[in-house]
Design a protein around this ligand. Structure first.
Ligand SMILES: Cc1cc2nc3c(=O)[nH]c(=O)nc-3n(C[C@H](O)[C@H](O)[C@H](O)COP(=O)(O)OP(=O)(O)OC[C@H]3O[C@@H](n4cnc5c(N)ncnc54)[C@H](O)[C@@H]3O)c2cc1C
Ligand SMILES: *[C@@H]1O[C@H](CO)[C@@H](O)[C@H](O)[C@H]1NC(C)=O
Ligand SMILES: *[C@@H]1O[C@H](CO)[C@@H](O)[C@H](O)[C@H]1NC(C)=O
Ligand SMILES: *[C@@H]1O[C@H](CO)[C@@H](O)[C@H](O)[C@H]1NC(C)=O
Ligand SMILES: *[C@@H]1O[C@H](CO)[C@@H](O)[C@H](O)[C@H]1NC(C)=O
Length: 533
């Protein structure tokens, strides 16, 4: 079954021009290629087929058919993730220090100014080589190669990382298997229903599988994000998380090759410390995960509330303040959702309530939207997958653009505080894109107390709020720096007013201050840490 695994494994492009560094010789690359069955490839920037020059001296023959497809599907999540050289957040295809890039104009992908000569397609941060991984042996070979040559390794799955930790898209698909009586290997636990995903499986496939098999699987809001990769290891939220937990709460077991070349099983009973580290320590940190097994819960119906309004700065500030009043009660009742001013909408879903209870529980949302002249409607969806297909997938956050972001987890006791809400709403309306994600595991009390390494602030937060700034292929270096700086200016007051909270590091500021505390909290003070020192 591992034969269908296609997680990409990348050799970091930053060092491309020094490809002989630390002893990676042509013969060495050739030997590596032979060891991995000829599945070592050169990493090509996503938009290269549109360009006629790759560097000041090199001619590139454009491929009009391939270029046409790239132009048409430039912002398509699944298409981007199917190409090794494609990143969803496109500054990570570029080198931000030197300005080397190979980007199209995302406002008009036909604009020749972006790709016609004298513009060049430069490698940027796209890795120079990658291995199309089919099993643990490939990963062992890559770790050994990297150890011998000092050539750095990067693990890339769907290429969704906002802070640039991956470097090229994984190819699609693999396997998903339901086991109605799963017991983690080496444990004597009660058998339960669980689903195993090979690395590389993306959420659209997960939701289709859940519906077809009449089970509920917690996943994210993007059809192309990987289910076992960065999502689950970084926390992993979705609309079901308030009621049913985060990815780290739902995972029962990982299979992983660690950098010492060992293929290990990590669960509560085998390698428990590694399992703890993987449940919040982040993708790519501890090895290459080949598969993850997650709880599959019984099927549920979803009650949905959708609010719409006219997105003006004044309305958005008023709406955010009004929604703050009922945010904790909504989270306690198990609602999960997204407030997205650029889409002029907010949508929440609930697997715990019935159609009669839902409008009573969401009365605060109704009055908040009414206070800005908006409208609210209620729906019942037969499954979470139908909710995803109808309300989420058609409106996922944009990709194919350089986007920098900042975010903050907002705790229950702070969400109704006027100063916090003013700072937060101010940050949102001063950014190019903003969103409040009501996806924290607030009503899910059955979590493994010392079993995950995420910031404990996740457990008391009711909102994960974020904003982003954008740029384009032709923006100047100082405009790019300003995009980062503007975030810092507007998010500093939010951080200052929420001491002891934190940020979701999968969706965080690349320059997050005191990031260890922000991403993992005061881990030192936990019982688990004390036990070990
Ligand atoms: C448009 C968009 C929507 C998003 N929506 C959500 C959402 O609803 N909920 C949510 O929680 N997050 C969301 N995210 C954030 C997402 O969870 C992170 O970007 C996550 O890191 C993506 O993981 P990936 O494996 O798909 O992507 P990649 O960028 O390929 O990888 C991310 C990180 O994980 C590592 N990694 C990937 N696969 C493996 C593996 N098999 N073994 C070891 N390390 C691995 C990589 O090295 C990298 O460090 C969204 C991001 C985007 C761009
Ligand atoms: C690896 O070997 C295969 C099969 O011989 C070949 O097609 C491919 O180009 C080689 N990769 C590199 C980077 O040379
Ligand atoms: C996009 O650019 C092309 C080429 O310059 C131009 O012909 C076309 O009108 C532009 N489209 C839009 C919507 O601006
Ligand atoms: C789906 O699962 C639910 C909850 O377990 C159950 O009530 C229902 O009968 C199942 N439907 C089918 C078609 O099996
Ligand atoms: C960048 O390109 C866009 C789209 O073609 C154009 O509107 C804008 O003026 C350009 N900006 C600069 C700084 O050249």
């Amino acid at each position: 079954m591992l034969g269908s695994l296609s997680l990409s494994f990348a050799l970091l492009g930053l060092f491309a021009s020094r490809s002989l560094c630390g002893g990676a010789t042509q013969a060495g690359w050739k030997a590596l290629n032979a060891t991995v069955g000829g599945r070592l490839y050169v990493g090509v920037p996503f938009s290269q087929p549109c360009f006629s020059r790759t560097s000041s001296n090199a001619v590139n023959v454009p491929n009009p058919a391939q270029c046409g497809e790239i132009q048409a599907l430039y912002e398509d999540h699944l298409f981007r993730s199917s190409r090794f050289g494609g990143y969803q957040i496109t500054q990570w295809e570029t080198c931000q220090t030197t300005g080397d890039e190979c980007l199209l104009d995302w406002t008009n992908t036909s604009n020749p100014t972006a790709f016609a000569s004298p513009r060049q397609c430069l490698q940027g941060s796209v890795p120079s080589y990658y291995i199309d991984v089919t099993g643990p042996k490939d990963i062992q070979a890559a770790y050994a190669f990297s150890k011998n040559t000092k050539f750095p390794l990067v693990i890339k799955n769907s290429g969704h990382d906002y802070i640039g930790r991956s470097a090229g898209p994984g190819t699609l698909a693999l396997w998903i298997a339901l086991n109605t009586a799963f017991v983690p290997e080496g444990c004597s636990a009660e058998p339960q229903s669980a689903v195993t995903f090979g690395a590389g499986v993306q959420f659209q496939a997960v939701y289709d599988f859940a519906r077809a098999n009449n089970v509920t699987i917690v996943g994210g809001a993007d059809p192309a994000v990987g289910a076992t990769g960065g999502w689950s290891m970084g926390a992993g939220h979705g609309a079901l998380s308030p009621a049913m937990g985060l990815g780290v709460d739902r995972v029962l077991q990982y299979k992983i090759v660690t950098p010492d070349g060992k293929f290990r099983t990590a669960n509560k009973c085998q390698n428990p410390d590694l399992f703890f580290a993987l449940r919040g320590g982040g993708g790519g940190t501890f090895g290459v995960v080949l598969e993850g097994t997650f709880i599959a819960s019984p099927a549920v119906t979803m009650q949905v509330v959708l609010g719409t309004y006219e997105n003006t700065p004044e309305n958005t500030v008023k709406l955010v303040k009004a929604l703050g009043k009922s945010a904790t009660q909504m989270a306690s009742d198990g609602w999960g959702g997204y407030i997205t001013p650029p889409a002029s909408a907010g949508v929440w879903a609930n697997p715990l309530l019935d159609a009669e209870a839902a409008p009573k529980s969401a009365a605060g949302v109704v009055s908040a939207f009414e206070s800005v002249g908006g409208a609210v409607s209620f729906f019942t969806m037969p499954t979470p997958s139908d909710f995803f297909d109808t309300f989420i997938a058609p409106n996922t956050d944009p990709v194919g653009r350089p986007q920098v972001q900042s975010s903050r987890l907002i705790s229950d006791y702070l969400v109704a505080n006027d100063d916090v809400l003013s700072a937060l709403a101010g940050a949102m309306v001063s950014s190019d894109f903003s969103q409040i994600l009501a996806v924290t595991p607030y009503a899910f009390k059955d979590f493994d107390k010392d079993g995950t390494s995420i910031n404990p602030a996740w457990r008391t937060a009711v909102w994960h709020a974020l904003s982003m700034n954008l740029w384009n292929f032709n923006s100047t270096r100082s405009e790019r720096e300003t995009a980062y700086q503007r975030l810092k200016t507007v998010w500093t007051p939010v951080r200052d007013l929420t001491p002891g909270s934190g940020a979701y590091f999968n969706e965080a500021d690349t320059y997050e201050p005191d990031y260890t505390t922000s991403f993992w909290g005061q881990l030192r003070k936990t019982a688990r840490y004390k036990k070990q020192v």
